[in-house]
Design a protein around this ligand. Structure first.
Ligand code: TXA
Ligand code: MG
Length: 319
């Protein structure tokens, strides 16, 4: 199949109506989207990504008016967070209505809902009037794409169209918050910081524990962002380096590692801005793939704001 890349919403909509999944830009990462009402198209998403069927998909909507068809009851916390952050990098887990396909929810009684904040994709949702199920547009277990080129590098030839919305502004997947139970929990740290969410809710929330293989805990597989290099996370700069120094690269916040060669180091934000660092993380993980390096030493980032999500992804990459 030939993969076209462009900004033509008519072509994008045509493909969706034909049941072809397409690449779409969001502010977090690129998604691989299909109409939630087309089971064959949803099945194709799993096939193209090589994704296990127990891992449910997020449904992308233009605004909360569309929720009536998809979710049962809307808790108060939803309204608070929606008003504060949507459209934006947060996914809500809510109790689904019966009509929502088990293919999308992997048989769970809940569904993930997100209102992406990218002008092109909002235009697509508006013109098509569709609800779009979309996981990140990467092969299962690999780093999420933050540009149309990333999507094409890995899924080119397997999908018909990629809507090119430039580089993703946030660069980390959405924060997933479970509002379907008595206690609100965070299932995945992401592009919206925990502190910002807690400020709006007015109380602290707990992050649920990750698991290496428990399909009952979707969103929480601990090994998930693996590049092909061996990533070593949070090793103290003063600890002895055991590997051959020429084979070592490093991903850092804003200062160079004292021993590793400078040309093999990536600073995610020279000015020490965690948002900029988050935006660059996946791009840099991909860049390390195009080198002969064997080991990537990743520094632990400050454990505040988006630093928490950056550390989460680096830890998973090192798993
Ligand atoms: O930023 C994002 O969230 C991106 C963009 C494309 O929207 N999407 C994304 O999708 O990261 P994906 O499929 O790569 O990750 C979605 C995560 C999965 O780990 C899945 O297990 C979890 O969300 N998830 C989806 N539905 C769920 C549900 N009903 N309950 C718990 N977790 C759910
Ligand atoms: Mg993903």
């Amino acid at each position: 199949m030939e993969t076209l890349i462009g900004i033509d919403l008519n072509i994008a909509i045509e493909n969706l109506k034909k049941g072809e999944p397409i690449g779409i830009p969001t502010e977090t990462v690129y998604g691989l989207a299909a109409d939630i009402k087309k089971p064959e198209a949803i099945a194709k998403i799993f096939e193209v990504k090589n994704r296990p069927s127990f891992d449910p998909l997020i449904v992308h909507l233009l605004d909360k008016e569309q929720l009536i068809e998809i979710c049962q009851s809307i808790p108060e916390a939803f309204d608070l967070l929606y008003n504060a952050f949507c459209p934006g990098p947060i996914t809500f887990i809510l109790l689904k209505k019966e009509g929502v396909s088990d293919l999308i929810t992997a048989g769970h009684p809940t569904v993930g809902i997100r209102f992406p904040n990218h002008p092109l994709t909002r235009q697509l949702l508006k013109l098509s009037k569709l609800a779009l199920a979309a996981p990140s547009a990467n092969p299962f277990g690999y780093v999420s794409p933050t540009s149309a080129q990333h999507v094409n590098n890995q899924l080119g030839g397997k999908i018909s169209y990629i809507l090119d919305g430039g580089e993703c502004k946030v660069g980390l997947e959405s924060t997933i918050i479970d509002l379907s139970k008595n206690e609100i929990t965070i299932l995945r740290l992401g592009g919206l910081s925990l502190e910002e969410i807690e400020d709006v809710l007015g109380y602290k929330i707990r992050a649920a524990k990750t698991s290496s293989s428990n399909p009952k805990a979707p969103g929480m597989l601990s090994s998930h962002y693996s590049p092909s290099k061996k990533v070593i996370f949070d090793k103290n700069d003063k600890e002895e380096i055991l590997e051959d120094i020429d084979k070592i690269g490093s991903i850092r916040f804003n200062t160079y590692h004292p021993i590793i060669e400078k040309k093999n180091q990536w600073l995610l934000s020279e000015k020490g801005d965690l948002k900029e660092a988050a935006r660059n993380l996946f791009k840099v993980l991909r860049e390390t793939e195009n080198t002969d390096l064997e080991y990537i030493y990743a520094e632990k980032f400050p454990d505040v704001g988006l630093g928490k999500a950056i550390n989460d992804r680096l830890k998973r990459a090192a798993h």
